[in-house]
Write a protein that binds this ligand. Structure first.
Ligand SMILES: [Cu+2]
Length: 125
């Protein structure tokens, strides 16, 4: 019995040494930093925004040609970003997101078609 017992102890000891050296050489894991996406701009509609000119936050954003703007509606009612020139619009029910991609350079003033006093500007260049 004694001859069988010793090899088992030796295996256990080697295993402990191996796990110690492994943990000692492991580099600490880091949380990946989100890569800023220059092709994307986020606009938030807060609750109780007052439905005025500062209800789209931020009210002015810039994206490159081919970039997108994503509106997120944190309000409890629907909003509807709508280009003043009628070239695009975004359905934005309460609690939802909507994305519009801009493939033509220009400055696009917009408003909420439900609350026309909510205004903003998208610059595409
Ligand atoms: Cu609105």
């Amino acid at each position: 019995m004694r001859m069988l017992y010793r090899p088992a102890l030796l295996v256990l000891a080697i295993g402990m040494v191996a796990s110690c050296s492994n943990s000692g050489s492991t580099t600490p894991s880091t949380t990946p930093t989100p890569t800023p996406n220059a092709n994307f701009a986020a606009v938030h509609v807060p609750s109780s925004g007052g439905y005025g000119p500062s209800s789209f936050v931020p009210s002015a954003v810039t994206v490159p040609v081919g970039g997108s703007v994503d509106w997120s509606n944190g309000d409890s009612i629907e909003h509807h970003p709508f280009a003043n020139d009628g070239s695009w619009n975004a359905d934005l029910p309460a609690g939802s997101d909507a994305t519009v991609t801009f493939n033509t350079a220009g400055t696009y003033a917009y408003h909420c078609s439900i609350h026309p006093t909510m205004t903003g500007t998208i610059t595409v260049k």
